[in-house]
Design a protein around this ligand. Structure first.
Ligand code: GCU
Length: 138
């Protein structure tokens, strides 16, 4: 089954801005996290059934330093300090997939920067359906 895309620029943003100053993003822009610990983007993701879903985050990190983030679902951290390592430059996007537990209905999925560098630039998340066993390949 296809994954559903949620654009970061359409999500709830705390300590970040919507930006378009680099190429290769999808949708109408991406989120530029403020360089501060605790900055976050929160997506409202709907799941038809409870279960584990593959969450794929599309990001860019034009620095040489990792930009780790905690991933939480409905207020509970489900993956701590997930690595968002350097990409070639800010125009080069990579994906990182993490399995997360979702409840049936709306889930608040938050990606929070854990260092003073803030998060990477975040383009979107793609969420595979609960029953999918394979992560999206893009
Ligand atoms: C640069 C880059 C931004 C990025 C920022 C950062 O300013 O242009 O897109 O978000 O660095 O370090 O986070």
């Amino acid at each position: 089954r296809a994954a559903t895309d949620y654009q970061a620029e359409d999500a709830v943003i705390s300590q970040g801005t919507v930006a378009t100053n680099h190429t290769g993003y999808t949708g109408t822009g991406f989120v530029d996290y403020t360089n501060v610990k605790g900055s976050y983007v929160e997506f409202s993701v709907s799941a038809s059934a409870a279960g584990t879903s593959a969450l794929t985050l599309r990001f860019a990190n034009g620095t040489s330093t990792d930009r780790p983030m905690d991933l939480s679902v409905n207020g509970t951290v489900v993956a701590s300090a997930v690595s968002f390592p350097a990409t070639a430059d800010w125009n080069t996007w990579a994906t990182r997939t993490v399995d997360v537990p979702l409840t049936a209905g709306t889930n608040k999925i938050r990606a929070t920067a854990t260092t003073a560098d803030g998060g990477p630039n975040l383009d979107r998340v793609s969420v595979a359906a609960a029953a999918d066993t394979q992560a999206p390949t893009r």
